[in-house]
Design a protein around this ligand. Structure first.
Ligand SMILES: Nc1nc2c(ncn2[C@@H]2O[C@H](COP(=O)(O)OP(=O)(O)OP(=O)(O)O)[C@@H](O)[C@H]2O)c(=O)[nH]1
Ligand SMILES: [Mg+2]
Length: 338
C-alpha cells in the first residue's frame, strides 16, 4: 500500500470570546471593567519529515481539528490558546485547497513548516473598551472562526536518480545491489507495485562516506502504458523531480532487441511529460552475466556512444559495472550542481 494522493479535512480552532465582567470589591460595588480576552484558536501546520516516504500515516485518520481558544474571564484573566496540530508529511508533498484548486504549499526541505489553516483570534474583553467617556463598557467581542479547508495532498518523491525500463529489466535488483533498500525481486513482470527509495552511498564501493545519492525504483513500463496498459504511467511522477534517469535494458532478453526496448520506453516517457523526456538519461545494459551475444554488446555500446555517454554493462549477479555506475552518477550529479 503506497498512498501518494489523499484529501484531509481540517479545521483550525475558533478563538475564545472576550469576557464581560466588572470588578466587585467589598467597598467598590461599581468597579471598572475587568473582562479578559479570549484565547487564540489553534492552527494546523504541515511539517516535512525526510523519514517519511508515503502519505500512509493518513490512511485511516483524515480529519483534524485544532483546539479552541478558551473564553476570557473576569479579573483580567485571558483565555488560554487552543492547541495547534502538527501533521508530518514526506518531502515532495504538494498541497492544494481542494475547493479552490489554489496551491497552498510545496514542502521540499526537511523540517519545513507551513500553516494550512489559521486559528481564529480571541475576542477582546470589555476591559479593552474602557475610555474616558465610557467607564463601564459592556461591549466585548466574540472569538473569530478558525479556517476550515479540504486539503488535497499529492506526493512526488524526491530522488536524484529515477529508474525506468520494462518489467523484469532488473531495476529492483540494481537498487538492492547499490543501496540498503530491499525491494522485492522476482522473475515475473510487475513485481514492483509501488515506488521505493534507496540511498546509494559510495562508501559501499570504497568511496567517501559523505558522498551519496538517492535512487527511486518504480514499477516497470510496457508499450501503451500511457493509455493505461500494465500499471500505467502515473508512477512516472515520482521520477519527475529527479535530476537524471537510468534506463535499464535487459541485454539477455531473447525476444526483444535492445533498440525496440529503448524505443518503447522512450515513447512512454515522452507521452508522460516533456519535462521527463528532456531529463538526462543514460542507458544501462543489464544482466550482462547472461549475455551470450557479443554483437549485442557491441550494438548496445554503439547506441550509448551515439547518445554521448559511456556504455554501462551491469550485473546483479557478478557485480559487474556497479561500482563504475555509482561513481559516474555521483560525478555527473556533482557536475550538474556546479
Ligand atoms: N542473470 C541475471 N538476472 C538478473 C539480473 N538482474 C535481475 N535479474 C533477474 O531478473 C528478474 C527481474 O528482476 P527485478 O529486479 O525484479 O526486475 P524489475 O525491473 O524490478 O521488475 P519489475 O519490478 O517487475 O518492473 C529476477 O528474476 C532477477 O533475479 C542480473 O544482473 N543477472
Ligand atoms: Mg522491480
Amino acid at each position: 500500500m503506497f498512498l501518494d494522493h489523499i484529501q484531509l479535512t481540517i479545521a483550525a480552532g475558533h478563538g475564545g470570546s472576550g469576557a464581560m465582567s466588572f470588578r466587585r470589591e467589598k467597598f467598590a460595588p461599581e468597579g471598572g471593567p475587568d473582562g479578559g480576552d479570549g484565547g487564540k484558536g489553534g492552527s494546523i501546520f504541515l511539517k516535512a519529515n525526510r523519514a517519511l516516504n508515503t502519505l500512509n500515516p493518513y490512511r485511516h485518520k483524515r480529519d483534524f481539528v485544532a483546539g479552541r481558544g478558551s473564553q476570557g474571564e473576569g479579573c483580567m484573566r485571558h483565555g488560554s490558546d487552543g492547541a495547534d496540530v502538527l501533521l508530518e508529511v514526506p518531502r515532495g508533498t504538494l498541497v492544494k485547497d481542494a475547493q479552490t484548486g489554489e496551491t497552498l504549499a510545496e514542502l521540499l526541505q526537511d523540517g519545513e513548516v507551513v500553516c494550512v489553516a489559521r486559528g481564529g483570534r480571541g475576542g477582546l474583553g470589555n476591559a479593552r473598551f474602557r475610555s474616558s467617556t465610557n467607564r463601564t463598557p459592556r461591549h466585548h467581542q466574540p472569538g473569530e472562526d478558525g479556517e476550515e479547508r479540504i486539503l488535497d495532498m499529492e506526493l512526488k518523491l524526491i530522488a536524484d536518480v529515477g529508474l525506468v525500463g520494462f518489467p523484469n529489466a532488473g531495476k529492483s535488483t540494481l537498487v538492492s545491489r547499490l543501496s540498503a533498500a530491499r525491494p522485492k525481486i522476482a522473475g515475473y513482470p510487475f513485481t514492483t507495485l509501488e515506488p521505493q527509495l534507496g540511498v546509494v552511498s559510495l562508501d559501499r564501493f570504497g568511496g567517501d562516506v559523505l558522498d551519496s545519492w538517492v535512487i527511486a525504483d518504480i514499477p516497470g513500463l510496457i508499450e501503451g502504458a500511457a493509455e493505461g496498459a500494465g500499471l500505467g504511467i502515473q508512477f512516472l511522477r515520482h521520477v519527475e523531480r529527479t535530476r537524471m534517469l537510468l534506463h535499464l535494458v535487459d541485454l539477455s532478453d531473447p525476444v526483444t532487441e535492445p533498440e525496440e526496448a529503448i524505443r518503447v520506453i522512450e515513447g512512454e516517457v515522452h507521452a508522460f511529460s516533456p519535462v521527463l523526456a528532456a531529463k538526462p538519461r543514460w542507458l544501462l545494459g543489464t544482466k550482462s552475466d547472461a549475455l551470450q551475444d557479443d554483437d549485442r554488446r557491441k550494438a548496445f555500446g554503439d547506441l550509448c556512444a551515439a547518445r554521448g555517454h559511456r556504455a554501462f554493462f551491469i550485473s546483479g549477479v557478478t557485480g559487474e559495472g556497479l561500482k563504475e555506475l555509482a561513481f559516474a552518477v555521483d560525478a555527473f550529479l556533482k557536475a550538474e550542481a556546479q
